[in-house]
Design a protein around this ligand. Structure first.
Ligand SMILES: *Cc1c(COP(=O)(O)O)cnc(C)c1O
Length: 352
């Protein structure tokens, strides 16, 4: 069997949830969109079901998957509905839709609800991607508030630069939000992972934790309060010794400088490992840090075994405790979110 494994430590997921909830205060949504950032949404939801105040997903399909698996806690649809007919299912399954645009608002008010619905009303406080402009927000709020179809409104917004501590943008967004919400009663929610860690002023009734819940530091440091939930590993399944000045792999982009033991491992870009993380990207071979050499292929990667005791059968960590997924992301010029979401073809092993 191909040895690529994604171990998912559910106990760490639970610990991270508790830690983040304590940091944020109030209530915390566990964000499970995109199959829980590649970790497996159903397994993660079930592991958090007794702890979590609620969950958040990107769309109704993701919410229904959780309901069908027996998840009963509140589920927020972060992008609301994509067509008006979806409100039927929102109603039937007691989901909490985001309303971020005029058509979503009108369709919600035109829908024939069996139960009054709790709405998350989104403000565009400066990111300019989704939500009502601040000057239209109170009007949208009052329109919903007056309807007997709406039980509660959670006022919320999302930050563009929360993981950039030097950007002044988050403070400006908080101020914009507070000004536009003046006099509007009800719960509020502003923080993603980075904001809940770094901006106390943004902690409100509900936090929304994604990346940090999976143990990844949004600031690319090693925040010891959270622990990586995923460990991606594989094995060396072949080995060769190359003389100096020999090329390795596609494009012959890497040449050995000295006699080099080259290990071949079972993982490639078809498994979601980023192709752009070629020569130099870190791996841990039997727990010892080394590096990729040459190009990442579709199903295989060549690694430097020099300085390690790695040989055929040795274990290689691609990311986990030894290799921070942020480091791999940086070698590939991308972010950890993308790497985690893309893992596929690996055998997922859940550990309690
Ligand atoms: C994905 C998402 C989050 C979680 O963000 P992280 O940075 O992963 O914590 C929070 N809020 C909204 C609206 C999102 O779409």
């Amino acid at each position: 069997m191909r040895p690529l494994r994604a171990e998912i430590y559910l106990n760490r997921l639970r610990d991270n949830y508790r830690t983040l909830k304590q940091i944020h205060g109030g209530k915390l949504l566990a964000v499970l969109k995109a199959d829980a950032y590649g970790h497996g949404a159903v397994r993660c939801a079930l592991a958090l079901e007794d702890l979590a105040d609620g969950f958040a997903v990107a769309c109704i399909e993701e919410a229904l998957e959780l309901r069908e698996a027996g998840v009963g806690k509140p589920i927020v649809l972060l992008e609301g509905v994509f067509d008006t007919a979806e409100y039927d299912l929102v109603d039937k399954h007691g989901l909490w839709p985001v309303v971020g645009s005029q058509w979503q608002l009108e369709a919600l008010l035109n829908h024939d609800w069996k139960e009054p619905v709790k709405v998350w009303l989104k403000m565009d406080s400066g990111m300019h991607r989704a939500g009502f402009f601040p000057h239209n927000y109170a009007s949208a709020y009052h329109t919903l508030k007056q309807s007997p179809k709406v039980s509660d409104i959670v006022k919320f917004s999302h930050f563009a630069c929360a993981d950039d501590a030097d950007s002044g943008m988050t403070d400006i967004q908080i101020e914009t939000f507070d000004t536009a919400c003046h006099g509007l009663e009800g719960e509020e929610s502003l923080t993603n992972s980075a904001a809940m860690l770094a901006y106390p002023a943004a902690r409100r009734d509900w936090g929304r934790a994604g990346l940090a819940l999976y143990g990844v530091d949004p600031f690319l440091e090693h925040d010891t309060r959270i622990k990586p939930v995923m460990r991606l590993s594989t094995k060396v399944f072949d080995e060769r010794v190359l003389q100096p000045h020999e090329p390795v792999g596609y494009g012959a982009v890497f040449y050995t400088k000295r006699s080099t033991r080259v290990g071949l491992i079972a993982c490639g870009y078809a498994d979601g490992y980023p192709r752009r993380a070629s020569t130099g990207s870190p791996v841990a071979i039997n727990g010892v840090r080394s590096r990729i050499i040459g190009c990442v292929s579709m199903d295989m990667i060549t690694v430097d075994l020099n300085g390690t005791d790695g040989t055929i059968g040795s274990e290689v960590e691609l990311w986990g405790d030894k290799i921070d997924v942020n480091e791999v992301a940086q070698s590939a010029g991308t972010i950890a979110y993308e790497l985690l979401c893309n893992v596929k073809r690996a055998k997922f092993v859940y550990i309690d």
